[in-house]
Design a protein around this ligand. Structure first.
Ligand code: ZN
Length: 191
């Protein structure tokens, strides 16, 4: 879709969906393809995500790629001059300034690929994701499979009762559900 030659043409791409939808796998696929083309890449994730490794973006099926954990999106602006592609994983946990940071990088000619949850466990737009989707050149929604009925799932249903939004995606805490099964599960919990 986008030119992947070495001519500088900045853009923002967003890959989003529920837990277990393959967002991180898709991010890694795009970054690896850029690496094969000898493009210089940098990968960031929020410091809050320490599930598996401080240094790597790791998907649920353990494909990984080395990343730098940062506590503020603004730290991404200090990347080296020759970086052509910037990947961001778990972008929903960054602050609203990620939008400006992504725009600044894209305006400099960097291809910015952002992966994150589009909605939280209540089904509400998550952090900077809706604004990023608005300004992006390209948005891809990826889907999990509903564990109850097998339809495409776009909800991350929380099985635990924690009120903390920063509970991260483990199989024992979340399950992917379609709209209908999510609504049924939420109605059941309200009883
Ligand atoms: Zn379903």
């Amino acid at each position: 879709m986008f030119s992947e030659n070495n001519k500088k043409s900045g853009c923002i791409e967003v890959v989003c969906g529920s837990m277990f939808s393959g967002k991180t796998e898709e991010l890694i696929r795009r970054l690896r393809r850029a690496q094969f083309a000898n493009q210089k890449i940098a990968i960031f994730k929020p410091k809050v995500d320490t599930r598996y490794s401080e240094e790597e973006v790791v998907s649920h099926d353990f494909h990984s790629i080395t990343s730098k954990p940062v506590s503020d999106a603004a730290e991404m602006l200090s990347i080296a001059e020759d970086i052509q592609v910037v990947g961001v994983d778990e972008a929903q946990f960054f602050g609203a300034n990620l939008v400006d940071v992504a725009q600044t990088l894209a305006n400099r000619g960097v291809r910015v690929i952002i992966a994150g949850l589009d909605t939280d466990f209540l089904g509400k737009p998550f952090g900077p994701m809706p604004a990023l989707m608005a300004v992006a050149e390209d948005v891809q929604k990826v889907h999990a499979i509903c564990v109850k009925c097998g339809n495409l799932a776009n909800h991350s249903h929380r099985l635990s009762k924690s009120e903390d939004l920063v509970v991260l995606g483990e199989k024992d805490i979340y399950e992917p559900l379609c709209r209908e099964c999510y609504n049924a599960a939420m109605a059941e919990e309200k009883k």
